[in-house]
Design a binder for this molecule. Structure first.
Ligand code: FRU
Length: 500
């Protein structure tokens, strides 16, 4: 159908040629094992996370020619299990008048006629602002394809700034998330800045994916959480309506929202008359360092699964000198319980587990190493309790990615219930954020952690997934020692698998 379209585009051809020439030089041993990393060059937001012809597709913001952000293409990967990904050739390039400065974030959907539709933001530079910085225009565009090759719609854009509500900024109007409504019409939500320069999420409806009608505001920031709201996604889950957004330029609230550009879940219900979200609760999605721009899909068996870019915008200059930059988080299954968003590693990861090693009732007093508990690509579950509840241990930590002077850690203090992730000795050579802490919401005397370590990252899930903390590490992947420490006496159960 669109098999020769990419050769019509000099830019896409150049990107694919660059991939073909250079990506094979990257050994598998220099990539994460169970996380998607960039084919070559730079990766940011997940895009088009969806099922097409029975396979999972994950596109991403992509600059193949360098390991820093640049004119955005869409990179592309497919998977049968959400865990192991195969790179496909770049999907789209910034090669049209309406997207010549970038194909920004968006989503994808399988159409009834068998085609895959990509819905993305086209970016063009329109001039300079009075302060001399460039001014951009953002419009929404579509492309049709067969799962590998895509052709942009001839009458793009399909949503232009004349379809914005009054006062909304045409410069900040992006990241469409499309889905099929129960009535058979397409819906989408978009990030926007309102007249007060505060984030809002706009809703549109279409019967054909081409002609879109503005339907109203789904949610408004009112100056509370950062400024512009990027990368919206909304869905019904466990009797609630959930909206995930990534606010830019956030101020911390206590120990929460420390990432500058962070993530936020709003949970509530839809107003029958206006279609707007009536908020009941809000929370950070992840409490760690490297986590932004979430996107979800629904699996064939009805699970809501989320991925995010496993990176913080402010530390992207710490590239580590590799030819690829950027990783996605592990896909996480979502649920809502008691008004909170829970997340848990997608169950397919259990198929990637090998070599179970388990210990029960280990007394940890000072430093402790356990036979068989080591590795840089592991799924580790821990349960830690005081030996004597009347005289609890003061601090517990696990060190990993360790050798000689290098290690990273996850520590917990029983006095104030703070869980901390730390990468001070991970090999980072720049003055960037090296730790982050969060207060556990439901500590009942037993610390329960599930920890996924994969060469250049760690993801920590607390309890049944009511809190998560994510960070990247640059440490040499052969540094694989793991050990435990308690100030006082702790009793620990451990279960560890290698991930392959
Ligand atoms: C979020 C974001 C999106 C935009 C894309 C550009 O990280 O700023 O809003 O579409 O990245 O790469």
């Amino acid at each position: 159908m669109c098999d020769s379209s990419y050769t019509d585009s000099v830019k896409l051809y150049a990107a694919r040629r660059h991939e073909a020439l250079f990506s094979n030089n990257i050994p598998a041993s220099d990539r994460p094992v169970v996380h998607l990393s960039s084919h070559i060059g730079w990766m940011n937001d997940p895009n088009g996370f969806s099922i097409y012809k029975g396979r999972y597709h994950l596109f991403y913001q992509y600059h193949p020619f360098d390991s820093v952000w640049g004119p955005m293409h869409w990179g592309h990967a497919v998977s049968n299990d959400l865990i192991h990904w195969e790179h496909l050739p770049a999907a789209i390039a910034p090669d049209e008048r309406y997207d010549s400065d970038g194909c920004f974030s968006g989503s994808a959907i399988e159409l009834d006629d068998g085609r895959q539709l990509l819905f993305y933001t086209g970016l063009t530079k329109t001039g300079l602002k009075p302060d001399g910085t460039p001014e951009f225009h953002q419009v929404q565009c579509i492309a049709y394809g067969d799962g590998v090759n895509y052709k942009k719609y001839e009458d793009n854009p399909v949503i232009d700034s004349d379809q914005l509500p009054e006062g909304a900024s045409p410069q900040d109007f992006r990241d469409p998330k499309i889905w099929m409504g129960e009535d058979g019409d397409f819906r989408c939500v978009l990030g926007s800045l309102d007249a007060e320069r505060s984030g809002q999420i706009l809703q549109y409806r279409s019967s054909d994916g081409i002609s879109w009608e503005y339907e109203g505001v789904l949610a408004s920031n009112h100056g509370r959480f950062g400024v512009m709201w990027e990368c919206p996604d909304t869905f019904a889950l466990d009797g609630k309506q959930v909206l995930l957004v990534s606010p830019q330029d956030m101020l911390p609230v206590g120990n929460d929202f420390m990432s500058g550009n962070g993530t936020l879940a709003l949970i509530g219900h839809l107003d029958d008359e206006t279609g707007a979200l009536v908020e009941e609760s809000t929370q950070p999605i992840d409490y760690g360092i490297d986590f932004y721009a979430t996107q979800t899909l629904e699996t064939a068996d009805g699970r809501r699964v989320m991925v995010a870019w496993m990176q913080n915008w402010d530390t992207t200059f710490v590239g580590g000198g590799r030819p690829w930059f950027g990783q996605m988080t592990l896909p996480r299954e979502l649920s809502v319980r008691d008004g909170r968003l829970y997340q848990w590693p997608v169950r397919e990861i259990e198929e990637a587990r090998r070599n179970r090693v388990a210990y029960e009732g280990v007394l940890v007093q000072g430093l402790c190493e356990l036979d068989g508990v080591r590795g840089r690509c592991v799924d580790l579950s821990l349960t830690v309790r005081p030996q004597d509840a009347r005289d609890p241990y003061r601090e517990f930590y696990i060190r990993f990615a360790q050798r000689g002077r290098y290690h990273s850690s996850i520590s917990f203090r029983t006095g104030d219930h703070f869980l901390k992730i730390k990468r001070k000795h991970s090999g980072l050579r720049r003055a960037v954020v090296k730790d982050r802490k969060c207060r556990l919401l439901s500590y009942d005397g037993i610390l329960r952690l599930r920890i996924i370590i994969d060469r250049y990252s760690v993801e920590v899930f607390v309890g049944e997934g009511e809190q998560a903390m994510t960070m990247t590490i640059p440490t040499d992947p052969s540094f694989d020692e793991i050990n435990f420490y308690a100030a006082g006496k702790a009793i620990m159960d451990v279960e560890k698998y290698d991930l392959v």
